[in-house]
Structure formats: C-alpha cells, structure tokens
Design a protein around this ligand. Structure first.
Ligand code: SF4
Ligand code: SF4
Length: 321
C-alpha cells in the first residue's frame, strides 16, 4: 500500500512538472468526486441558472456540467492548469478596449495543443490510463475544479484568483482514469474587499460571486446577437468593444507585481492594441476575417464589431493596465 501511494505521489509530481514545462502556472490536481465545496458550487450554478443570469448562453445549462464523471467514464482525477496572459503592455491612448485574454492567439488552441502533449506523456507512463482534455467549450464546472485543485479561489467578481499571479489566466483541464494525489483546495481571500462590485459600470455583480450576464459588458459585446445593444449597456460601454476587464483591473490581487508572460503565443497582436472606431467601421468583412484568423475574437462577427464600436464613448476612467 505504501509503495502504491509513493508511486502515485511520484507520478502526480512528475505530471505537474510536465504541465509546467508546457508553460502552465499554476497547476494542481483534484480527486473526483471532489469535496463538499464542489457540491456548494454546483448548487450555486443551479441558483444562477434558475435566476436566468446566463442570458442566452444556453450551453451553460448542460446537465453534464454538474457531473464531471459523465465526461470520462471511470475518471478518478483531474489536472487543472492556468495560463497567465498578462503582459506588461498598454494599448495605445485613445484606442478601443479589448479584454486582455484575447490579445494573442486563441487560448483554446494553446490549451488544447499543450494539454494533448501532457496527456500523451501520461499515457507513456501509464499505458492503460484514459484521459480527456477540457477547455471552456466542454461542460465542466471549471472554476470550481480549479479552486478544488488549489490554483486559486473564486473571487467576488467570479474570476479565479491566484495569490501570486492574480486573475489574468485562462484555465484548462485533463481528466484521467489514473488515481493521483490531490493538492489542497485554495482558501478564499477576498476578505472585506468589494472593489469589483463597486467598479462594475452596469452593477452586473448583483451580490458577491454572482454575475448577471444580462447586465455584463463582456456578455453583450461577445455573446449578444441582437442588432441593437440594450440602452443600459450602451450608456455604460465606455471604450469596451470586445469583452471587459474592469472588475479584474480594480482587483488588488492584480495590482501586486505580477509576472508578465514571456510566452510566444501570448504576444499581443499589434492591431488589437491600436484599434480605432474609424477602423472598426471602415473594415469590410474580408478584412475582418483576415484580422480575426486564429483569434478568440472570431466569436464577434464583423457586424457585431460595428454595432459595439458605434456604441462606444471613448475612454472611461479605469486603470487599463
Ligand atoms: S466584466 Fe465588466 S461589466 Fe462584466 S461584471 Fe466585470 S466589470 Fe461588470
Ligand atoms: S476586487 Fe476585491 S472582492 Fe473583487 S475579486 Fe478582487 S479581492 Fe475579491
């Protein structure tokens, strides 16, 4: 028994080292079915869905999201990884604002490619092990599992926050049938702070940890397929043409000296840092297609860029790090 545990510990450690070699940090492991905290987060998701805070994001309703075992039969463990996308660069003054996660190559592609390498590495060590990659297109209660695996805690703005690297990260997962040694879940550390709740221009954070997507600029600029944005969104949109980072920008955990990514895939595309309203309105669909090649921003169709840009009102008063 002791020998089995030692081998499990050794494999878990090596798996995390492999994940770090692929550029992920933080990394951690959770065991299925998870602690009571997962049940608590699942109940919170059910309440959020019942309140219809997910707007038109119907995929959030997938029952499989609430049952991780249904994604991979016989799954015993989950490796959670974070990819830091913070770069110590500012966009050009007067340009339109685009959420930082989308400045470089589409993160789905980066995560999938690297997680696949980790899965193949694991298979070499344990040929009978089955595994499955999950990025945010798979129905997994992702932030709750990242918290469970010790990557960080879910902040009052509903983002995952790591003590050392803040919240500028995208998350990926590798489910596997191999028993692994779990890390300690993270402890919530927002304390009395509520800077994100106060700073949200649309009061979308209706109570700590609960974001009503129907009031959120990120949801409306990316997911809303209506010709017109609601008036309440138009009047608060400021310069945000794609996504919104305000509730992350004000977070004190992002104001400490956090590492600037040196990852080649994270390097921002120049046009994203200098985008003007005139460009958005003058580019035709073909130009947009070229610009959005390999970018997570492809989700925003050219007509939506024009709709969003028309609503923008120039600079708003945020740190825009
Ligand atoms: S992303 Fe923007 S609009 Fe949405 S909750 Fe955060 S601050 Fe509010
Ligand atoms: S701004 Fe404050 S309350 Fe909001 S997530 Fe950050 S630490 Fe938590």
């Amino acid at each position: 028994m002791v020998e089995v545990l030692e081998k499990q510990n050794e494999l878990s450690k090596s798996l995390k080292s492999e994940a770090k070699r692929q550029g992920f940090n933080p990394v951690g492991i959770a065991k299925l079915p998870g602690s009571e905290r997962i049940q608590m987060r699942t109940s919170a998701l059910q309440r959020w869905l019942s309140a219809e805070y997910h707007g038109n994001m119907k995929w959030m309703e997938a029952p499989r999201r609430q049952n991780v075992e249904s994604l991979l039969e016989g799954a015993k463990s989950i490796l959670a990884v974070g990819l830091n996308y913070y770069v110590d660069i500012n966009r050009a003054p007067g340009s339109l604002s685009i959420a930082r996660y989308a400045w470089g190559v589409d993160y789905h592609k980066i995560l999938e490619k690297r997680l696949k390498r980790i899965g193949l590495w694991l298979q070499k060590q344990r040929p009978n092990c089955r595994w499955k990659i999950c990025v945010d297109t798979a129905p997994l209660l992702e932030k709750a599992w990242a918290e469970e695996a010790g990557l960080g805690w879910i902040g009052k703005n509903a983002n995952l926050i790591n003590l050392k690297t803040g919240s500028w990260m995208v998350l990926g997962y590798l489910l596997c049938t191999e028993p692994l040694t779990a890390d300690k879940p993270s402890t919530p550390s927002c304390g009395q702070c509520q800077a994100c709740i106060d700073a949200c221009p649309t009061q979308a954070i209706t109570e700590p940890f609960v974001v009503d997507a129907r009031r959120c600029l990120a949801y409306h600029t990316i997911e809303n397929r209506q010709k017109e944005l609601p008036n309440a969104i138009k009047s608060s949109i400021g310069s945000w043409v794609a996504g919104c980072d305000i509730c992350q920008e004000v977070c004190p955990w992002n104001h400490k000296s956090i590492p600037s990514s040196k990852d080649q895939d994270i390097v921002p595309k120049q046009w994203i840092l200098q985008l003007t309203k005139d460009q958005v309105l003058s580019w035709n669909d073909k130009e947009w297609k070229n610009k959005l090649q390999g970018s997570a921003l492809k989700r925003i169709k050219p007509w939506m860029w024009r709709r969003n840009a028309l609503a923008t009102q120039g600079q708003i008063n945020t740190k825009n790090k």
